[in-house]
Design a protein around this ligand. Structure first.
Ligand code: ZN
Length: 330
């Protein structure tokens, strides 16, 4: 069932929505910004269902016609924009599905709500077309833009929307979910929690991946031998990891966990808290050679690599730069 009580974390955003509903101050345009898997869609589904509920409360009643329609995904006054090409939302799509449609009054509800997922995929013309609507929407219309790359949205759009940034979920809450709902054992839950860094969707993705063990093995095999391998070997290995469901940035995240383990061991000398406990001796060996500064450099380089990959900088160049830093600091 979709409602706010089912959502883990995101208390700030939920509080904001609820108090806006109570005070009758719902904005007509929102941007919900956060990485993939962070909960944007779940929050949006709960919000639009609540707004359209016939009871008009701060939680959906789950009984009225609108609530039932929401559950089956066919509430006629909630429109999720669709697009044909995977990497772009065109101006025609914005015009057809929003601009031309918005003057038609809601079919049966209080509001007419448009949701644009991956709104950063709108090209400049599409954004400019949408801007006109955002500037003067009919009183019943609400536009919600979801994005994991807010820098791609025009400043003119940003200035007219309320921007809500999705924050990481507390580790404790992620762990509880993995253990209680997904029935993971503590060790696997710990690993997935650390991997996800507060992104519940990401934790679930790894936890439920059939290739979980294989993915972890791939990363470990690479990192154990990092000293012996050439840069080309490593780029090749990373490319080949792409056949799994995870993204390259997920592999980098897992590599970061390895380096955080090295750091942890250096600081505490206590193997009990390592994520890659089974590889204690390898981590121990590497921790002797690398300095604190070296670890910091590697973690920074990995963060940078993820940002560059997100910005579509050439894959090989990004990885080679990252590997160079890894090799320099060992
Ligand atoms: Zn209802």
């Amino acid at each position: 069932m979709i409602d706010f009580t089912e959502i883990i974390g995101h208390e700030d955003i939920i509080r904001h929505f609820k108090s806006s509903i109570e005070m009758g101050k719902i904005s007509q345009s929102y941007i919900i910004n956060g990485e993939t898997g962070s909960g944007k869609k779940t929050l949006t589904r709960a919000l639009v269902k609540t707004l359209q509920c016939e009871e008009g409360g701060t939680e959906p009643c789950n009984k009225c016609k609108s609530c039932i329609q929401c559950e089956s995904g066919n509430q006629p006054d909630i429109i999720w924009l669709t697009h044909d090409k995977p990497n772009v939302i065109s101006v025609e799509e914005v015009r057809e599905q929003i601009n031309k449609d918005i003057d038609i009054r809601p079919y049966s509800s209080r509001y007419k709500i448009y949701v644009v997922d991956d709104s950063h995929l709108m090209n400049t013309q599409a954004q400019n077309a949408l801007l006109k609507t955002i500037e003067e929407p009919p009183a019943y219309a609400i536009i919600i833009l979801l994005t994991n790359n807010i820098s791609k949205l025009l400043p003119t759009i940003l200035s007219r929307c309320i921007v809500l940034n999705v924050k990481p979920v507390r580790e404790r809450d992620v762990l509880d979910y993995l253990v209680n709902e997904l029935k993971l054992d503590k060790k696997k839950a710990d690993f997935c929690m650390d991997f996800a860094q507060g992104n519940l969707g990401k934790a679930i993705r790894l936890a439920t991946s059939e290739e979980y063990g294989e993915i972890k093995e791939d990363v470990v095999t690479l990192l154990r031998r990092i000293d012996e391998l050439s840069a080309e070997d490593i780029v090749y290995a990373l490319k080949n990891m792409n056949h799994h469901k995870l993204k390259i940035s997920d592999y980098i995240d897992m590599m970061m966990m390895w380096y955080r383990d090295i750091l942890m061991l250096k600081v505490t000398n206590n193997p009990g808290r390592l994520m890659f406990k089974e590889y204690y001796s390898d981590i121990k060996k590497q921790s002797v050679h690398i300095s604190y500064e070296g670890i910091e450099n590697v973690l920074k380089a990995m963060d940078k690599a993820k940002i560059r990959l997100e910005a579509n900088v050439n894959f090989d160049i990004v990885l080679e730069l990252m590997l160079l830093t890894m090799k320099e600091n060992r």
